[in-house]
Design a protein. Sequence first.
Length: 209
Amino acid sequence: MGKTVILDHPLIRHKITLLRDERTGTRDFRILVEEIAMLMGYEAMRDLPTELVEVKTPITTAMEPMLSGKKLAVVPILRAGLGMVDGILALVPSAKVGHIGLYRDEVTHEPHEYFCKLPKGIGERLVILPDPMLATGGSAIQAVDFIKQKGCTNIKFMCIIAAPEGLKALQTAHPDIDIYCGCLDDHLNEDAYIVPGLGDAGDRIFGTK
């Protein structure tokens, strides 16, 4: 059974408040998303397995822990998820990176796939699936579906802001995955935007609106 973690660290909440501000420009928004992803990744990877290795220090020789293996993949949901990748890779530079491209129908709000490229051996890896916003949950559910179809069972979904509706939908569809949220917001409006939210994360990361 997976777990849901709503992170309440003051640094994360502070940076999310800056993200929400409509006056925050593209450059600062992009930097904040990366910083939040790094802080969230620190918590999401708390249970990574380690093994003892022999290290010679200037004083003596000791058995000390290091990450065991390099079976980690970061698979952002395009395009907004790209903004979180560098923050996660700063913690684990050896991780492989895949991509899942989804777009949301503006009328039905249903997700549609247009691209999916995953690292080799995805079924043997821990997959971190970042997307800044969890709104209806449709894109996240479909992305997890794709990864599971490739044989992967160890998945951690990471979002900066979630709506209760989307969080519940993802928990119901995939109760076995871990979910990490920077903040749980109030609700979705009639256009399926998170309230209070921060607008369109992709547009604000890439400066396209």
